[in-house]
Write a protein that binds this ligand. Structure first.
Ligand code: BES
Ligand code: MN
Ligand code: ZN
Length: 488
């Protein structure tokens, strides 16, 4: 979607559709309504258009406006209007416009709150709502209508905010593409190539994608043991961006398909396990977006990528492996593979100089039971990093809920014959257990783990995301880095 900003009156748009927000118990924006002949006010007076949140109505004004239609979108009460409501309203307006056959949309920025924040949220909501994954539909696609041009209009100078929001939302949509791609298309090799291609596009970004030989040299027994059952080669994707400031490590789980391995999963819904690379997709795209924005941080982003397959050469329950930091692990369940590859990924980030580390992973089914798709689970050994992530979550709409680490959970990770076991005996506290396991590989550095198994797929409770791939984490990570930069 082409996104632009125009300073000036919304009615001067050349788009076919104008979206306008209406607050509850208030009239239409007066200057606009007057300019186009009072149609909006009449629609509100008649009760057809309402300011209640997410309510839409369409006007076809004949007055001094070239747009074919105006979509009125209820913004709810002014007092509770915030960035999240702006995202939702923007998405609702865009969907309604698309239904009506719009190709180009101008959003008249609601006059409330911090103009730059609202502008960014409106741009974001529309770009995310405009997302489609239809590249494999050859024909018979009856939902052809696409909005390909979005303009934000305001009398305030919010061009930069709009431009930056578009970069971040497009990166999120690219992460969604990666999530949606089936595992026969998005192999670990293909994910590596995608990251390498980003380095070609963005000058400040350096990318390497290590294959099996280099991974063996690095003695990454976690990644190698998960990959050994597959005919697809693993990749260790390493991205570096130097914008100055702190060394932040980002680690993302990229299991391009998780069958469970020898501890095989049930077949029902197994096709969804193509999304088990969502953490890696978010890590890669957030890194790209941060580099495009030129934010002041040094990133080392590490994405171990592999399939998890059963085969005659797959890792078997009871096998003992050695992670690159030297710790040994009994692989007592081959479906608990994410923590094995993350162990190597975290070790690599820390030994490469990361001062703080954040990992994102679709790690446990239990986090879906606990938090659904509303919050990602946050586990951290550091209160400051943890609250910074919570704040970034609130600002971006990608919410996190902190859950505890405790010595009791640590006890569960102790192996019978090796240092660690990759699965707790009684399946107790599965998500917290997994976090405790990961903590073994951060060498005491401030670290936060985001379990995104519930949020990465199916945020039907967010109008601007909807069903399926959400690209969860891109917006939160960019916001986190941006806020840290502003604070220092
Ligand atoms: N990739 C799964 C977790 C998952 C489940 C992600 C559902 C998205 C949707 C992970 O590798 C896994 O299989 N976890 C197991 C661990 C268990 C065997 C200890 C789980 O949570 O059941
Ligand atoms: Mn698994
Ligand atoms: Zn998995």
């Amino acid at each position: 979607m082409n996104v632009s900003f125009r300073k000036g009156a919304p009615q001067e748009t050349s788009a076919d559709t104008l979206c306008v927000g209406v607050f509850e118990d208030e009239g239409a924006p007066a200057a606009l309504d007057e300019a186009i002949g009072g149609d909006l006010g009449r629609l509100i007076d008649s009760g057809e258009a309402k300011g209640s949140f997410k309510k839409t109505a369409i006007a076809h004004p004949e007055g001094a406006i070239s747009a074919e239609r105006v979509v009125l979108v209820g913004l709810g009460k002014r007092a509770v209007f915030d960035a999240e409501r702006a995202r939702v309203a923007s998405a609702v307006g865009l969907s309604r416009a698309r239904e009506a056959g719009a190709r180009a949309v101008t959003w008249a920025l609601p006059d409330e709150g911090d103009a730059a924040r609202v502008a960014a949220a409106v741009a974001e909501g529309a770009v995310l709502a405009g997302y489609r994954f239809d590249r494999f539909k050859t024909s018979g696609n009856d939902d052809k209508s696409q909005v390909d041009r979005l303009e934000i209009s305001s009398d305030q100078d919010v061009g930069t905010a709009v431009e930056q929001a578009a970069i971040v939302a497009e990166a999120t949509n690219t992460a969604r593409d990666l999530q949606n791609l089936p595992s026969n298309e998005l192999t670990p090799t293909a994910l590596g190539e995608h990251a390498l291609q980003l380095a070609g596009e963005i000058d400040s970004l350096e990318v390497e994608a290590f294959g099996p030989d280099r991974i063996r040299e690095l003695e990454m027994g976690g990644l190698l043991s998960v990959a050994q059952g597959s005919d697809q080669e693993p990749r260790l994707i390493v991205m570096r961006y130097r914008g100055g400031g702190e060394q932040l490590g980002i680690v993302g789980k990229a299991v391009t398909f998780d069958t469970g391995g020898i501890s095989i999963k049930p077949s029902s819904k197994m096709e969804e396990m193509k999304m088990d690379m969502s953490g890696g997709a978010a890590a890669i795209e957030a890194t790209a977006a941060i580099a495009r924005l030129g934010l002041p941080v040094n990133l080392i982003t590490v994405v171990p990528a592999t399939e998890n397959m059963p085969s005659g050469h797959a890792v078997k329950p009871g096998d003992i492996i050695r992670i690159s930091n030297g710790k040994t692990v009994e692989v007592n369940n081959t479906d608990a593979e994410g923590r094995l590859i993350l162990a190597d990924g975290l070790s690599y980030a820390v030994s490469s100089g990361a001062e703080r580390v954040i990992d994102l992973a679709t790690l446990t089914g239990a986090i879906i039971t606990a938090l659904g798709s509303t919050y990602a689970g946050l586990f951290s050994n550091d209160d400051e990093l943890s609250s910074a992530i919570e704040r970034a979550g609130e600002a971006s709409g990608e919410l996190v809920w902190r859950l505890p680490l405790h010595p009791d959970y640590k006890d569960l990770t102790r192996g019978k014959v090796a240092d660690l076991t990759n699965v707790s005996d009684q399946r107790k506290a599965s998500s917290a257990y997994a976090a405790s396991f990961l903590e073994e590989f951060v060498d005491g550095k401030p670290w936060a783990h985001l379990d995104i198994a519930g949020t990465a797929w199916g945020q039907d409770n967010r109008d601007y995301v909807g069903k399926g791939a959400s690209g969860w984490g891109v917006r939160l990570l960019v916001e986190l880095v941006r806020a840290q930069a502003q604070a220092s």
